[in-house]
Design a protein around this ligand. Structure first.
Ligand SMILES: C[S@@+](CC[C@H](N)C(=O)[O-])C[C@H]1O[C@@H](n2cnc3c(N)ncnc32)[C@H](O)[C@@H]1O
Length: 318
């Protein structure tokens, strides 16, 4: 099986190029400009990955500054710089406050989350995220977790599968796909990417690459509970930020962006429209800095097509 990520020669030879091959950070300048870095501040990068954003934040910090870097994928740890200002937390950011308390830090000056998977996870065949390779249907960012994509496909009932393909993947024939999976799985193994794709070729609508990309996206969001962890993270942001501290979130999916937008606006996930004739008081302790989300420039999209769907929203603790 071909793996595209280069083997590391020697950890001391970590080069800029290698960090780039792990993951190219999106909206890098936009994040750094908008997070208002105080040189002696305490920052949290909830999604360290290849450390591209973290590296830029560290450049702006002096010797008193500190960066807590979370990543639930053990692979990210090899990118942690040898820098005493950095504390790596190899855990899910849904436990943000718990780990910050463990590190005796009650409040911070800035929080960044660059959601979703890294290019490394996507390009590493045996992680099972990409439709381009064959491997077990895995898709766990944290391999200590029990639930895999194969479990979802082989154990969820039809209604649950239907809902997740429709909501998380916007799969046009989500109901037919769910029904076919439930029928097929009693007689056919649906445990690997190639099993899954070939068993389901008859239900594909339109371009198969695009179709399976949407199906895989839905499975990935479910396996990693990406919307659940985002909700939990957002709720922990206001109490953790110092007044004047900023939070920056980069999303890649409209469901995530909507959660961030509503939470920044109202301090809750409520969807209902605000009645313009009613004097509704927002319970948010955040002030929005980016009225409209910041998106990548055409140059960045050309350089890094992954940035195409990125949306950055920033807010400040009042
Ligand atoms: C898009 S990449 C971040 C890339 C990073 N900003 C950079 O410049 O290289 C997302 C990373 O966050 C991690 N991640 C995603 N969700 C997480 C969560 N709930 N808790 C901890 N880490 C998470 C993934 O494992 C992945 O390494």
């Amino acid at each position: 099986m071909k793996k595209t990520h280069k083997d590391k020669k020697n950890s001391s030879e970590e080069t800029h190029e290698e960090l780039q091959s792990y993951h190219i950070p999106v909206l890098l300048n936009e994040v750094v400009e908008n997070i208002n870095i105080k040189p002696d501040g305490i920052y949290v990068d909830c999604t360290f990955g290849g450390g591209g954003h973290a590296k830029e934040i560290l450049k702006q910090l002096n010797a008193e500054g500190k960066l807590f870097a979370f990543d639930q994928d053990a692979d990210a740890q090899k990118n942690v710089p040898d820098d005493q200002r950095v504390v790596f937390v190899p855990n899910n950011f849904r436990h943000l406050q718990r780990f910050m308390r463990l590190h005796k830090t009650n409040q911070v000056d800035g929080i960044l989350a660059d959601l979703g998977v890294s290019s490394h996870q996507f390009d590493e065949a045996d992680r099972g995220f990409s439709t381009r390779f064959d491997a077990a249907l895995d898709m766990r960012m944290d391999r200590r977790q029990a639930l895999t994509a194969s479990d979802v496909v082989n154990t969820y009932d039809e209604q649950r599968l239907h809902r997740l393909f429709e909501q998380y993947g916007e799969v046009t024939n989500a109901k037919t796909l769910a029904r076919t999976i439930v029928q097929l799985r009693t007689s056919t193994s649906l445990k690997t990417i190639s099993n899954f794709k070939s068993a389901l070729h008859a239900v594909v609508k339109g371009n198969p690459n695009k179709y399976f990309a949407q199906v895989f996206q839905a499975l990935r969001i479910e396996v990693n509970d990406e919307l659940g962890v985002l909700r939990e993270l957002l709720e922990q942001v206001p109490p953790l930020l110092k007044p004047g501290g900023r939070v920056a979130i980069i999303t890649f999916h409209s469901l995530e962006d909507r959660l961030v937008k509503n939470f920044f606006r109202k301090g809750s996930f409520a969807e209902e429209e605000i009645n313009p004739f009613e004097n509704t008081v927002s319970s948010s302790t955040l002030q929005i800095i980016t009225r409209k989300p910041i998106t990548a420039t055409p140059e960045e999209i050309k350089r890094n097509p992954r940035s195409r769907s990125a949306k950055l929203r920033v807010a400040e603790k009042i």
